[in-house]
Unconditional design. Structure first.
Length: 131
């Protein structure tokens, strides 16, 4: 998986990643817009612009992916990586709730154990790179 991430997030794939991001926007916006609109009608969300809210949600999740990969692929690992990743996840959930106009704390977040699985110790990471 780490070898794939190194290749996928390499500079040579920036255009492909961007085109796939645009394709995700195009594919998910109508679906998310409908869900958000229904949530507004039911009084669950307070998002005055459901279509733009959908686009922002995709962008926030895209950024979460980039921030996570940045930590995973970092050559300089530290014990603070897991708390840092937790802060990123919490901040993203908070931003999503605010963009939706949803109650604080309503989005389920990944557990510490779930997040820690992504942060492979540097020694294992180096061994995988040598394979």
């Amino acid at each position: 998986m780490l070898a794939f991430l190194h290749i996928w997030y390499g500079d040579e794939n920036a255009i492909v990643r961007h085109k796939l991001y645009l394709a995700r926007i195009k594919r998910f916006m109508p679906w998310l817009t409908q869900i958000i609109q229904e949530g507004v009608e039911e009084g669950i969300f307070a998002a005055p612009y459901p279509d733009q809210t959908a686009r922002m949600m995709v962008s926030l999740l895209e950024d979460l992916g980039y921030a996570t990969v940045e930590l995973i692929l970092s050559a300089e690992r530290s014990p603070d990586d897991l708390p840092h990743l937790q802060r990123i996840v919490v901040a993203t959930a908070d931003a999503l709730e605010r963009v939706l106009g949803a109650p604080a704390g309503c989005l389920q977040q990944a557990s510490r154990e779930g997040l820690s699985q992504w942060l492979v110790p540097p020694t294992l990471q180096k061994e995988e790179q040598e394979l």
